[in-house]
Design a protein around this ligand. Structure first.
Ligand code: GCO
Length: 446
């Protein structure tokens, strides 16, 4: 029987938390929120499973007290959530929605009253719809509007935020959404992909500058990392595997911690890069207080000439997969964090800001026995423990996610929660994994 006893072996000051994001749980038809590009993207047939959207989601806006209680009852000490830009600024800029401000006011107070630390994120993918017709993240102006939004957040909430992340997963915001087209806005051009790979880092820097101007001290960024391995040992394969590693991982590590872009990729990207991009790199590499890593799986890279720009595709390996079809590969987490620490972030504290799995959870006699998820967490926590033993400054771990929620292009068909959500009546039912966290975080049986 898998368990989470390993939790007891972590240092006392190690943070265990859970993570969510605004569009995935709040329900943006509530509280006079503006629309985001996900509302538009999900209306187009073929983009999102069943054309589902975040309109209702988990109706967290109505149920936030119950949700926060589920976090504190399980014994976690932190909650990672994100602010919705269009909920606060329905048109992206200008008019402030007081209902939005008041919701986050109440939410933050509730988190604090439950003795949880507020780990906030400024951008977890809800770009105001208004900016779509102006080029979205391809347009440098969006990075300035993001700075203005950041200022609104700082003025209203910064005294109650334990930490702030600027951008969640810049690779997803840029490459996945503008070259691969799998996420909103669903563009599929080299120009859009390359431009946004740079602009999203400029946006990070703009926000960082505003945050520092408020004398705020605990700011970072959240990077999604993918462990890449070559399909075979041929030199051509090794070359494209390095390219994949650069695009997924090193592009961001190098820019943020060294103020440069990795050589193989910048050579390929150069003719599509915005003018004078070199001048931005100094701005992008301002010091950070911490760095977050989201980790889920590995990719195997195979030469494929039908991908005419990159020359490779990822193929499936033979490990056990989750309901997303993602291979379970805990060792990848350790490898990626070691490299990040040794070569890039050095003494900057590292947090695992997301880790978890989608599972085909079924409700049977009022219970969800998600043993696979408990094993997944336990196997990844083993790697974390090992990193700490090797003196890597790993300071916290956040399970993705508190609730089953809107899983982007997969709609509600994939369940990542440690708490089950019945999407017919929005009832929350803690899964066995939630109970196992509780057992080990609070030392209490339930
Ligand atoms: C992320 C995503 C989450 C996803 C999770 C599973 O930050 O990767 O933001 O929103 O739900 O990663 O795909």
């Amino acid at each position: 029987m898998p368990d989470l006893k390993i939790i007891k072996d972590f240092p006392d000051d190690f943070t265990f938390g859970v993570a969510t994001s605004s569009y995935q749980i709040e329900g943006n038809s509530f509280g006079n929120s503006g629309l985001s590009h996900w509302d538009c993207f999900s209306k187009i047939k073929g983009n999102v499973y069943n054309n589902e959207s975040g309109k209702i989601a988990c109706a967290h806006i109505l149920n936030y007290k119950e949700d926060i209680k589920l976090i504190s009852e399980a014994g976690f000490s932190a909650y990672r959530f994100s602010f919705s830009w269009p909920r606060i600024l329905p048109d992206g800029k200008g008019r402030i929605n007081q209902d939005g401000i008041s919701f986050y006011d109440k939410l933050i107070d509730e988190i604090l009253e439950n003795n949880l630390k507020t780990f906030s994120t400024l951008y977890h993918w809800d770009l105001p719809k208004n900016f779509m017709s102006q080029g979205g993240w391809k347009n440098r102006d969006t990075t300035k509007w993001f700075a203005d939004f950041t200022d609104v957040i700082m003025r209203n909430f910064s005294d109650r935020l334990h930490s702030i992340a600027t951008i969640n997963e810049p690779w997803c915001v840029s490459w996945l959404s503008h070259y691969l087209g799998e996420h909103a806005p669903g563009e599929v051009t080299i120009e859009a992909g390359v431009k946004t790979m740079h602009m999203i880092l400029v946006a990070h820097a703009e926000a960082l500058q505003v945050i520092r101007s408020h004398n705020y001290k605990n700011v970072g960024i959240v990077l999604n990392k993918q462990f890449v391995q070559p399909f075979d040992e041929k030199s051509e394969t090794l070359k494209v595997t390095n390219l994949a590693d650069e695009i997924h991982n090193l592009w961001f590590d190098e820019a943020i911690f060294k103020g440069s872009y990795p050589t193989q990729t910048i050579k390929l990207f150069s003719k599509y890069m915005p003018d004078n991009f070199e001048e931005d790199l100094k701005f992008i590499s301002q010091p950070l207080d911490w760095v977050g890593v989201n980790y889920y799986t590995r990719s195997i890279i195979k030469v494929d000439k039908s991908e005419t720009f990159l020359g490779y595709k990822s193929v499936k390996g033979d490990l056990i997969v989750t309901d997303m079809g993602w291979e379970v590969f805990p060792e990848g987490l350790k490898n990626l964090i070691e490299r990040l620490h040794n070569k890039y972030s050095k003494n900057v504290p590292i947090f695992i800001t997301e880790n978890g799995m989608a599972n085909r959870d079924c409700l049977k006699n009022g219970k969800i026995n998600d043993f696979e998820r408990i094993k997944f967490y336990s196997d990844h926590l083993k790697q974390c423990k090992n990193l700490i033993e090797n003196d890597i400054p790993l300071k916290g771990y956040f399970a993705w996610s508190l609730l089953d929620n809107f899983e982007w292009a997969y709609g509600y068909s994939k369940r990542f929660g440690i708490v089950y959500v019945d999407f017919d009546n929005l009832e929350r039912i803690p899964k066995l994994s939630w109970k196992e966290f509780k057992k080990n975080l609070t030392n209490k049986e339930n």
